[in-house]
Design a protein around this ligand. Structure first.
Ligand code: SF4
Length: 553
């Protein structure tokens, strides 16, 4: 795969629109908001040297505010929420009033791929520097909390010595690339996307040409539909072309948060070798034509919505790739969501074993124990999934039951209840400065309660009922794509008091049922009534469904 060295194309400014969107390609190079100004003043990748040479030595108070609340993100660092501030006050305080002196730190793990040695390094960092915290995010990352700036260079050194990085884990940059946790070993896979992920990472991550994007840029590459490709900025989805064989169908413009949109197919088929070049073309279109005036309109989905897929493809081909793409078919949609939980045969005769922590919450101690259990079972490879689960690969048949038992003793069930399997939660009030409500602890409590209260109908639920909890209107836990999506907000209880609660979205899904849950007006639930509410909804679904009818139908 050759590495093109294209500079930002110089273009004659075209006729300016009535009110410019700040698109570089149309001549708007002057920053139109403080975020754009910050990125123009200094490439965010330069902050690493200041962290190593100034801030880690001088401590928290030595940090420049522009770096603290802006450029730090390019290396996976955000200040975490100051403890003790309730969610009702989130919107009333200035960002600096919410800032704790500790950080969350996100480690990008492209494709969620880890060796057991790397997992042990992640565990050691957690135990030494992060008070034993480690959450599996729904983008296959590990997220730490309680990080002190003084420790960051040491942590980077430990990570990089083990082949891991926090580079562009956050910020307006090409973030972690989602990939199939079982790439290369799954019977259902059309093609292994791993070489393309590795090549994109090798060529472009940390490249200053792509480190100042209008906003974040999320990528998914998978030979099967197990990475929520519909809601990524760009996705390459495995498909068989009738003439050219296995390759990828290209999607652009998916995203959640406010104004959620399902990605659009470009109708183009690309081979494995072509993926990095096409990825570079798409991210370049976004960099040059993406809207930079308003942060709320700066994701690629708004450009794709305004242009449509046909114009996007034409600009991609004519201005960036300088060639036409091959037309291709749509991939077939699987009947159920693929989360890889349970025991599954690999194509080489071994097995992979997927386990379900609740809402991705684990710890350094747990990660270390998983690494050791995997090695005892003869495996050297562990994967994190976009469903906040983990999978041990390459397990010989004779070791499967022993591994299942060890994982269960760690609270990682391989045959979980539908609630344990289907729950996801974002960071929430415990650490996130934008949060309005608690999420992780509430998810754990909800699962525990539902397992008791719905034990009588559990056997009737063939597919997990997905319940996703978000701590605010952003959608870090993909609230719009759950059967029962819960968007945190302050609500009024029966006594007229303002309490933590959720706006409910019902019937969202990906894959066969791709679409966003319906937000029913006034359909809100208090946190204290949450378990009873979910129980009522599930019982009504079980009682009223047609044979074989899924929740989202
Ligand atoms: Fe924070 Fe909101 Fe994202 Fe949850 S959804 S992690 S509360 S920004």
């Amino acid at each position: 795969m050759s590495s093109p060295t294209r500079e930002t194309p110089a273009r004659t400014p075209r006729v300016k629109q009535k009110r410019g969107e700040g698109q570089w390609a149309l001549g708007y190079r002057e920053p139109l908001n403080p975020n754009e100004r910050s990125k123009k003043d200094d490439n965010p990748l330069n902050v690493r040297a200041r962290i190593e040479n100034i801030y880690a030595r001088g401590g928290f108070d030595s940090i420049d505010p522009g770096d603290l609340r802006g450029r730090f993100r390019w290396f996976g660092l955000y200040t975490q929420r100051k403890p003790g501030i309730d969610g009702g006050r989130t919107a009333t305080l200035e960002p600096e009033e919410l800032d704790d002196r500790y950080f969350m730190l996100r480690v990008r793990l492209d494709g969620g791929a880890l060796t057991t040695e790397q997992l042990a390094v992640l565990a050691e960092i957690s135990q030494t520097h992060a008070r034993d915290t480690a959450d599996i995010t729904d983008r296959q990352n590990i997220q730490y909390h309680w990080i002190q700036i003084e420790d960051v260079p040491t942590i980077w050194s430990k990570l990089e010595n083990a082949g891991m990085t926090t580079m562009e884990a956050c910020g307006d940059s090409p973030r972690v690339i989602l990939g199939s946790p079982v790439a290369g070993i799954a019977a259902d896979e059309i093609i292994d996307g791993t070489p393309a992920i590795d090549e994109i990472k090798r060529r472009y991550i940390g490249d200053p040409r792509y480190s100042n994007l209008p906003r974040k840029f999320k990528t998914a590459v998978s030979g099967q539909q197990d990475v929520a490709h519909e809601i990524n900025d760009v996705a390459f989805v495995g498909v068989n072309h009738p003439e050219h064989g296995p390759g990828f169908d290209v999607w652009v413009g998916g995203g959640l948060s406010t104004n959620p949109m399902i990605g659009q197919r470009l109708g183009a088929w690309v081979s494995l070798d072509e993926v990095p070049d096409v990825w570079e073309g798409v991210i370049s279109v976004f960099r040059d034509y993406g809207y930079r005036r308003l942060r709320a309109r700066a994701r690629i989905k708004f450009l794709v919505k305004d242009w449509g897929a046909a114009k996007f493809r034409q600009v991609l081909e004519d201005e960036y790739l300088k060639r036409k793409l091959t037309d291709g078919p749509a991939p077939e949609v699987p009947a159920t969501q693929i989360d890889h939980v349970g025991v599954h045969p690999q194509i080489d005769g071994k097995f992979y074993v997927g386990a379900a922590p609740v809402a991705g919450r684990v710890s350094g101690a747990t990660l270390l124990a998983v690494a050791k259990a995997a090695e005892r079972a003869g495996s050297n490879r562990v994967r994190l999934t976009p469903h906040q689960k983990l999978v041990v690969l390459d397990v010989p048949e004779a070791e499967v039951n022993g591994l299942k038992t060890e994982l269960a003793e760690l609270g990682l069930q391989t045959e979980p209840s539908p609630w344990r399997r289907g729950i996801m939660a974002c960071t929430g009030l415990e650490f996130c400065k934008l949060a309005i409500v608690e999420t992780k602890a509430r998810a754990i409590e909800l699962v525990t309660d539902l397992e008791k209260r719905l034990a009588d109908i559990q056997a009737e639920i063939e597919n997990p009922v997905t319940v996703h909890l978000n701590g605010c209107p952003n959608s870090c836990a993909r609230v719009q794509t759950a059967d029962i999506g819960l968007k945190g907000q302050i609500v009024t209880d029966e006594d007229g008091k303002q309490v933590e609660g959720f706006q409910v979205h019902l019937g969202g899904g990906l894959g066969l049922d791709a679409g966003f849950g319906r937000k029913l007006r006034g359909h809100k639930v208090t946190a204290s009534d949450l378990t009873a509410y979910v129980e009522r909804v599930v019982r009504a679904y079980i009682a009223g469904r047609e044979p074989g009818e899924r929740f989202a139908q």
